[in-house]
Design a protein around this ligand. Structure first.
Ligand SMILES: O=C(O)[C@H]1O[C@H](OP(=O)(O)OP(=O)(O)OC[C@H]2O[C@@H](n3ccc(=O)[nH]c3=O)[C@H](O)[C@@H]2O)[C@H](O)[C@@H](O)[C@@H]1O
Length: 446
């Protein structure tokens, strides 16, 4: 499956911005030199040379904000943006429809968490504008289905990349967003060994691009973004608390999320941006990510394909603090509501602003083998289990969140146990892939 993935997934090249820069026309410069024909000729030639160089760099597929591999996707694949009709859709989607409501730019809106957070915000009357590049790290048709869901809820998703600075600036020009919910990222712990550069591109460069746009915006929004439980890495102090060490990541994915937390400190310190990082603990549920174990275990169990269950050294169990999507959504909304205010404007800091990190977990780790048992019960199909030694490709043996900080700061109280949450996932799965239970031996539905 991994072989089909692009080297840099989803880095859709976006069209050049459609607004105009006001440069002096070259003729205005030339006219001043009309009394000296040689000089004017020289000037004309240098201007032409500079202009063609500029045109080369601006139109080349490897402009600074795109990775070299993204050039494989030609400009014609990009969705156009800009223009009065587009701006109207953007404004309408971002319009607040309740007193005291907030207006949120949600990046990664067609992603798993992004879709749920966007619809929840819209439901309570907040303004929401989505941004997503619809990359093909996993089946883009699932993202399109989520987009349809969002569209029915009144959320417009702009098709573009977080690395596209001009697009972000344009969005902030059109809408004075009060908040940014930055969820766009290259997820997945093990895939980082296959495609390391996509993690740097999305999770490091992409985050910087979003924070750059946010710090320049006037008013500056407060930023809430997705970090990861994986930042705890080799930490063995349980349950994981925000004060524990996070300087020993076990995967490049974790390292890019940890880098993001340090980058957040910089933008808070220099520009007065209010920033909250959320360390999500293995989030699952309806409309989830097909690259996650609970999802592909379900698919594979249904078609009697063997599944690999990892175990640690000396047959130690591997466990995760699986957290249900609705609990995560509550935590995200509470984070937005408690984000505090950015103090700067137009790139200048006016005072200190909050900088926070919260664990959003479930506080009850479950072994992978028990997760499989629950799925077997719900699907009424026995899994073909292969217990294998956990490969050394980034996984940690267990995660367990201490959530007291989020309880105090956000009123975060997860209420869904794994059994209940998986029941809802399986119900959705069988509804979304209706042939999956009858079509034995085929996994083509995904
Ligand atoms: O908590 C997080 O921050 C991370 O949670 C998940 O990462 P992970 O916990 O590794 O989730 P899965 O890939 O679904 O794996 C779940 C468990 O199943 C195990 N597993 C995975 C794959 C497999 O074939 N067999 C197997 O036993 C893993 O070792 C892990 O213990 C997400 O995929 C990350 O994007 C997210 O950042």
């Amino acid at each position: 499956m991994m072989d089909n993935l692009p080297s840099t997934p989803g880095k859709f090249k976006v069209d050049k911005p459609q607004y105009h820069h006001h440069h002096h026309h070259p003729r205005q410069l030339i006219l001043r030199w009309h009394h000296s024909p040689l000089l004017s000729k020289l000037v004309v030639w240098s201007i032409l040379a500079i202009a063609s160089l500029l045109a080369f760099f601006l139109l080349s597929p490897t402009t600074p904000n795109s990775s070299s591999t993204s050039g494989r996707r030609s400009l014609r694949n990009a969705a156009p943006w800009g223009g009065p009709a587009w701006e109207k859709r953007v404004r309408s989607s971002a319009r607040v429809r309740r007193p005291g409501g907030i207006s949120v730019l949600v990046t990664g809106a067609a992603g798993f968490v992004g879709t749920h957070v966007s619809t929840a915000l819209k439901r309570r009357g907040d303004g929401v504008l989505g941004l997503d590049n619809f990359n093909d790290y996993y089946d883009p048709s699932l993202k399109r289905a989520r987009q349809a869901l969002l569209s029915r809820a009144g959320v417009f998703v702009v098709e573009g990349d977080v690395n596209d600075g001009p697009l972000l600036h344009k969005l902030f020009d059109v809408v004075p967003f009060t908040h940014v919910m930055h969820l766009a990222a290259q997820a997945g712990v093990r895939y980082a060994m296959t495609n390391p550069s996509s993690y740097v591109h999305s999770n490091v460069a992409g985050l910087v691009s979003v924070l750059e746009a946010a710090k320049s915006a006037d008013p500056q929004p407060a930023v809430v973004w997705a970090s990861s439980s994986s930042v705890y890495g080799l930490n063995s102090h349980v349950p994981f608390s925000e004060v524990d060490r996070t300087d020993r990541p076990a995967s490049l994915y974790a390292a890019t999320k940890k880098a993001g937390e340090e980058i957040a400190h910089v933008y808070n310190h220099i520009y007065g941006l209010a920033i909250t990082g959320l360390r999500f603990f293995t989030v699952y549920g309806p409309w989830g990510r097909p690259d996650m174990a609970y999802f592909f275990f379900t698919r594979d169990i249904l078609c009697s394909k063997p599944i690999s269950i990892f175990e640690g050294p000396n047959h130690a169990t591997v466990a995760r603090d699986f957290t249900y999507i609705d609990d995560i959504v509550s935590g995200c909304l509470a984070s937005l509501d408690n984000a505090g205010k950015s103090t700067g404007s137009g790139g200048k800091k006016r005072g200190s602003a909050p900088l926070r990190v919260y664990n959003l977990g479930n506080t009850s780790p479950v072994s992978v083998s028990h997760l499989v048992s629950i799925l077997e019960q719900l699907l009424k199909v026995k899994a073909v289990r292969n217990v294998v030694k956990m490969p050394r490709n980034g996984d940690v043996q267990f995660t367990h969140a201490n959530i007291s900080l989020a309880q105090r700061g956000l009123g975060y109280h997860p209420t869904t146990d794994l059994n209940t949450g998986l029941k809802k996932f399986v119900r959705w799965y069988l509804d979304y892939y209706p042939t999956s239970s009858s079509k034995k031996g085929s996994s083509s539905a995904i």
